[in-house]
Every structure is written in structure tokens, then in C-alpha cells.
Design a protein around this ligand. Structure first.
Ligand code: GLY
Length: 331
């Protein structure tokens, strides 16, 4: 029997001093990512990886209509999931090496409740399945066939997610077997955070993962603490880019813990990228790999940073909806 799950997280970890292991210069937080705060009053904010301005605007609309941060991030994440032209999220996503679109997603609310799906096939909105897992079961993560059966039991429809252009791209890849770089034109994963008028933060992350990955590969996006993490006492963080680098450094959890220990969102994102660059320097440099983070704290301040040029974030705050290019570690 599936029951509503209420899971109150208690953090068991306190990380060491900020600055340990830093491999890149921490720059002062720029004016454009600091909310104009005179107190701790919440400024409704939505922020998403890449040029997902439609997603942040949609999420902001939900907040303006009185919706919760959780409703906002789900609504925002569904925008690229339904967009056939977005080749790295949901419908239209590039398939794995076998030509099958497989999807990963997770969602987390301000109480620490969380849901996640991995290796899900044939469902257009994995983020909504992840929310169902959170709300209707005693579990956090469902995978593969079990996740699909759960989705079908809860009224989701199975459909073909492999659009013709993605199928053609896969067929070309099969001839050449050349991995595409993750960049602006082949961007990867929406991670989205929202703070509502009550000051509560929720997050969502959804992706079709790395194009032409091995069948069965799961990335960082459905893994809480890697692709996304929220602790409503502190803030939230999301990741995009090569999941293997995010999973092995647990970037989103790290960023939240750095903020807990006093780092600004910008400093925390730079430190998390710095850890990747330090540990995997040769791999990252030679293969031109990309990871980008974003973070939001309880004061409605946000930050973002990436390994290399090309990453950007979409932000909606104070009536403005904009796309901002990220600073980066490797020039
Ligand atoms: N960040 C998405 C993935 O690596 O699957």
C-alpha cells in the first residue's frame, strides 16, 4: 500500500571551513545577483539553469497566483519537459546508445520531503511522477520499470518521446560514435529553485541525461544532494552538466552546507566548481567538460558558476525575468 510520506530531514553533517580545497578564485558577489534586502523578508524568486526563461516566468506566475514554491518548480520544470526542441529534457530528449529516451528527475520541498525517478521511459513529465513518489509513497526513489508501472497506476500516459530530429541525430551519431560536448546549443538538464512569499524554498531537476549514454546509465539529476538539494533553513542548489562529476563531488549538498557555514550563494557555487576542477583537472581540461551550478539562499540572494564559458541561468525576481551569463573557472 502506498501512503503519503512525511519525511523531516535532520542534517547530520557539518562541513569543514569554507575555502578548503579551493581551486579557483572566489570573486565578490556581483550586484546583479544580490537581492536588495533591508531585512530577512522573502522576495519571491525563481532561478533555473540555462536559458529557461519561460520556465522561470511560468514558475513566477504560479507564485504570483498564490502557489507554493513546490507548485512553482514543478510548473517550471514541465516547460522544457514538454518542449520537443529541447534535446536534453523530457519529450524530444536525445536518446541513449540504444536509441531509447530515458529520463531522470527529482523534486524536494521546504519540509525535506523528496521524490525521485530514474531510468523512466515513455512518460513526458517525470517531474510530476517524482512528485507523486514524494506524496503517495513511503519511498524517495523509484527506478525503471517500477517507476513506469507506478506512473501508469497514477494516471500518467505512456507515449513515444523520441521525436524525428532526435532519432536522426542518434542515427548520425551511430555512424560516427562521436560524443557531443555539453554547451549552449546542446544544453543539459533544467534545475530550478523557487522561493515563495512565505520564504519557503523548493527545488526540481529533470533531464534526459547525457546524449547517447550507455543504456542503463543514470546521472546526477535524480540524486538528492547531487543534481539538486534544498534545506529550507539555509537554501537550495541545482546542477547541470556532466553528472559523473556532480555525483562524485555531491555538489548541491556541498553548496547548501557551505551556505550554512556562511558562504554566499556565489561563493558556494565557486567552491563546488573549484573542487571538481581540483580533483579532475586533467579530465576536465582535456575533454572540455562542463558543469554549472546555481544556488539560492533564505535572503533571496542567488549565485551561479561553471567550469567553463557558455553556462547561463534564468532568473525571475522583482518583476524582472532575465538570462545571465555565468562566470567560469577555466579560461
Ligand atoms: N546532468 C545530467 C546528467 O548528467 O545526466
Amino acid at each position: 500500500m502506498e501512503n503519503r510520506r512525511s519525511f523531516i530531514k535532520k542534517s547530520a553533517f557539518v562541513l569543514g571551513a569554507i575555502g578548503s580545497g579551493m581551486a579557483c578564485t572566489t570573486e565578490a558577489q556581483s550586484d546583479n545577483n544580490t537581492a536588495n534586502l533591508s531585512s530577512t523578508q522573502a522576495i519571491p524568486t525563481t532561478i533555473a539553469t540555462w536559458d529557461n526563461q519561460e520556465a522561470t516566468a511560468t514558475a513566477m506566475q504560479v507564485l504570483q497566483n498564490g502557489g507554493s514554491a513546490l507548485d512553482a518548480v514543478e510548473a517550471g520544470a514541465k516547460i522544457p519537459e514538454a518542449n520537443a526542441e529541447d534535446t536534453s529534457v523530457g519529450y524530444g530528449g536525445l536518446p541513449d546508445a540504444k536509441g531509447i529516451v530515458t529520463l531522470d528527475a527529482c523534486i524536494m520541498d521546504h519540509l525535506g520531503n523528496a521524490g525521485s525517478v530514474t531510468f523512466l521511459q515513455g512518460i513526458k513529465h517525470p517531474i510530476s511522477v517524482a512528485r507523486k513518489v514524494m506524496e503517495e509513497t513511503n519511498h524517495v526513489m523509484l527506478s525503471g520499470q517500477g517507476a513506469l508501472e507506478f506512473a501508469l497506476r497514477h494516471g500518467f500516459e505512456q507515449e513515444n518521446l523520441l521525436v524525428e530530429t532526435s532519432k536522426l541525430a542518434w542515427e548520425e551519431w551511430k555512424m560516427e560514435q562521436k560524443s557531443p560536448l555539453i554547451g549552449k546549443d546542446n544544453h543539459d538538464t533544467i534545475g530550478i529553485l523557487a522561493m515563495d512569499a512565505q520564504g519557503n524554498i523548493s527545488g526540481a531537476c529533470t533531464t534526459s541525461g547525457a546524449a547517447y549514454k550507455l543504456h542503463g546509465r543514470v546521472g546526477d539529476s535524480p540524486i538528492l544532494g547531487a543534481g539538486m538539494f534544498v534545506d529550507n533553513e539555509v537554501g537550495g542548489a541545482c546542477a547541470t552538466g556532466l553528472g559523473e562529476l556532480v555525483m562524485t563531488t555531491l555538489g548541491s549538498f556541498l553548496i547548501v552546507e557551505l551556505m550554512r557555514n556562511g558562504a554566499s550563494p556565489q561563493q558556494a557555487c565557486e567552491e563546488a566548481i573549484g573542487r571538481i576542477v581540483k580533483r579532475y583537472k586533467n579530465w576536465v581540461t582535456e575533454d572540455k567538460l562542463q558543469v554549472g551550478y546555481l544556488a539560492l539562499n533564505k535572503k533571496s540572494e542567488y549565485g551561479y558558476y561553471s567550469i567553463r564559458k557558455g553556462y547561463s541561468v534564468a532568473v525571475s525576481q522583482n518583476g524582472k525575468n532575465k538570462n545571465l551569463d555565468s562566470k567560469f573557472a577555466i579560461r
